[in-house]
Design a protein around this ligand. Structure first.
Ligand code: FDA
Length: 395
């Protein structure tokens, strides 16, 4: 039986950040993880370059049923604090788009940085240790049974992540521990995930795989994102689709503005001035990918007329069709390809300042296991860093 001040379950972004901060405060800290190497999700993130934070991160970029919950941690450990650590370690990085910061070289740089900091802070990291059982000790503290050693600790931090990418060791252990100690777990589902399509739409879009279009995509709840959508052989993906998937519920429509830069009606009328005999189809090919227009044409979505033959109503209808293109997804690709898990440990049951469970002193939940979900673009790591840091100040 090993006795430590702090035991952290999960050597991912949140767990390592918490561990190093607690270690620097002089606490004896051990991190246990069932994987072979720490930070496996960091390594595959951002296409191997890790989109480690976002310059614009603010509470509005996070989903949580209590939108105030994220404010404390995010304001006390900001994106600039993390950037400062990255710069201190000499890691080269760049701004890609929309405030997203990526490593120039490799996501391994971020994992190496966290491992180095943990080393300096005296943290022990035990890999290939699967947590099997957690019990509260009489008089305070916790006992944790793993497939390796067993531990007793004063503070127990759950940083076991969500359910995405089961191949990388995702497990529901964090939710089970939460329920064991009387915390509520909000229903979970895959988020930041591609949509799959109903059979008729699959046929309708067959052959469009690889086409990417800059769009405005809106959910029925009114959330809107302006980024690219990507047709794939399974359905729809691309950043705008991943973003809206977090706001989508089964059975709902998604509205896609295929031409956010313009008024289609005005543009077509301007083309008509110069080329009255041009077919509507050819006019649309000037504005959108040819293969897409040909598919929509084959599906009967484009009137077979020249621009000078269209009625006022037809201009209006075409305008509405392309600015509010409606798709009802069949579902999502699920946890296999999702970037994050929506839902999780209810923020009502946690202190927003320390992430400690209100009903179980000494028990903390940080990172993705909580119900907090960030937008695509480095926000999820920022929540992992900020929540890990906040718990690391008090455990
Ligand atoms: P994380 O999942 O990282 O770590 C949890 C750890 O707990 C794992 O190491 C696991 O092995 C361990 N564990 C689980 N059960 C256990 C048990 N029973 N016993 C012992 N250990 C156990 N975000 C972002 O901001 N920018 C990006 O570029 C990306 N890119 C990206 C790409 C892909 C493909 C995915 C899947 C995800 C992203 N994300 C992202 C999301 C980001 O990776 C995610 O939000 C954080 O890694 C969450 O960090 P946590 O530390 O909370 O959990």
């Amino acid at each position: 039986m090993q006795k430590v001040d702090v035991l952290v379950i999960g050597a991912g972004a949140a767990g390592l950040m918490c561990a190093l901060n607690a270690g620097y405060r002089g606490r004896s800290v051990t991190v246990v993880d069932m994987g072979k190497k720490p930070g496996r999700k960091i390594i595959i993130s951002g296409g191997g370059r890790c989109n480690f934070t976002n310059q614009n991160a603010s509470p509005e970029n996070f989903l949580c049923h209590n939108p105030h919950f994220v404010k404390s941690a995010l304001s006390r450990y900001t994106q600039y604090d993390f950037i400062e650590m990255v710069e201190r370690h000499g890691i080269e990085y760049h701004h890609k788009t929309l405030g997203q910061l990526f490593c120039d070289d490799s996501a391994h740089d971020i994992v190496d940085m966290l491992k180095t900091e943990c080393d300096w802070a005296g943290v022990t990291i035990k890999m290939q240790s699967e947590v099997l059982k957690v019990e509260a000790l009489d008089g305070g503290g916790y006992q944790v049974t793993t497939s390796g050693d067993d531990y007793q600790c004063e503070s127990l931090v759950i940083a076991s992540g969500g359910l995405t990418m089961p191949k990388l060791g995702a497990s529901p252990i964090g939710y089970k521990i939460a329920e064991q100690f009387g915390l509520k777990v909000l229903p979970t589902c895959a988020a930041l995930v591609p949509f799959t399509l109903h059979e008729q739409d699959k046929t309708r879009f067959d052959g469009l795989s690889g086409i990417s279009v800059d769009c405005e995509v809106s959910s029925e709840s009114g959330q809107m994102f302006r980024e690219n959508i990507l047709f794939t052989h399974r359905g729809l993906s691309g950043p705008a689709i991943l973003q809206i998937s977090s706001y989508w519920q089964a059975g709902q429509w998604v509205s896609i503005n295929l031409l956010p830069e313009m008024s289609l009606q005005e543009t077509l009328r301007a083309i008509r001035e110069k080329h009255p005999q041009r077919s509507l189809k050819n006019a649309l090919i000037q504005l959108l990918p040819k293969r897409l227009i040909e598919k929509l044409d084959a599906a009967g979505e484009i009137p077979q007329k020249n621009l000078n033959q269209l009625t006022h109503q037809e201009y209006q209808d075409i305008h509405n069709h392309f600015h509010q293109w409606q798709i009802k997804p069949n579902g999502t690709e699920g946890y296999r390809t999702a970037e994050v898990t929506l839902g999780g440990v209810d923020s009502d049951d946690l202190s927003s300042k320390t992430l400690e469970a209100k009903k179980a002193p000494g028990l903390y939940f940080i990172g993705e296991v909580t119900e907090v979900t960030g937008w695509l673009g480095g926000y999820n790591f920022q929540w992992a860093w900020a929540s890990g840091w906040a718990a690391g100040q008090v455990v």
